[in-house]
Design a protein around this ligand. Structure first.
Ligand code: SAH
Length: 222
């Protein structure tokens, strides 16, 4: 496997171990593994947590939210089956780590985060890693981002009670894919939804646990 530009920093061994671990857990898309190998996850974490960047676990990022576990990020990215140049909408920028993985895959990324403070921090991190083409906004992503639709793929990185209709409407009619965890507030099943013309088909993939997707087509904020 060819590595990205980061080969000799103090985390490079850890990053390679993480890639091996992901491979052993069933992540087989080489482009996804290359992206993981090429993004410094420690740069998306604050102080005390950076040392744990290569543990395969979710970690706090502030505002009661978490950076997704690397396995989850790799799993969702693999499920999207992205091709370079495709247009992708991400809901839940959070730390920006998943956003960076998408950008590294060579797709055009649009991302929405409801916590302004998280979005601003993520923007700074992405800029400092030379990702200058990511388009982002603060707000409720459950209604999608109609201005830039249709999307070849939509990725939801928070747990939804159901599939937001606005998102399926904004999927490309030619093989658009939506990857979204659906369930209750604690546990969800990852779904891959495909659109061809007006026809939607859904496939249940595996169990996961995400923070809730909060918004007009998600969970109500209590
Ligand atoms: N991909 C991120 C995951 C962060 S957790 C990462 O790995 O860092 C999920 C994120 O979704 C949280 O930051 C949360 O604030 C955000 N979120 C929840 N509901 C949302 C909504 N309706 N629109 C946009 N972002 C939302």
């Amino acid at each position: 496997m060819r590595l990205g530009p980061i080969t000799s920093d103090r985390f490079s061994q850890d990053r390679l171990h993480l890639v091996q671990e992901l491979r052993s857990r069933g992540i087989h898309d080489e482009r996804v593994l290359e992206a993981v190998a090429g993004i410094p996850r420690e740069r998306f974490l604050d102080g005390q947590y950076a040392a744990h960047a290569y543990d395969d676990s979710a970690l706090p990022i502030g505002e009661g939210q978490t950076i997704s576990q690397p396995y989850t990020v790799a799993y969702q990215t693999q499920a999207l089956d992205l091709k370079p140049g495709e247009k992708v909408l991400e809901l839940g920028t959070g730390s920006g780590y998943q956003t960076a993985i998408l950008a590294k895959m060579g797709v055009r990324v649009y991302t929405i985060e409801r916590h302004v403070a998280l979005l601003e921090q993520a923007r700074k991190r992405l800029e400092s890693l030379e990702f200058h083409r990511i388009i982002s906004r603060a707000g409720d992503g459950t209604r999608g981002w109609p201005e830039y639709a249709p999307y070849d793929a939509i990725l939801v990185t928070a747990g939804a009670p159901d599939v937001p209709e606005s998102l399926t409407k904004q999927l490309s009619t030619e093989g658009g894919r939506l990857v979204i965890p659906i369930g209750d507030k604690k546990k969800q099943v990852m779904y891959l939804i495909r659109r061809n013309g007006e026809k939607l088909s859904g496939e249940a993939l595996a169990d996961f646990s995400f923070v809730p997707l909060i918004g007009s087509e998600g969970w109500a904020l209590r």
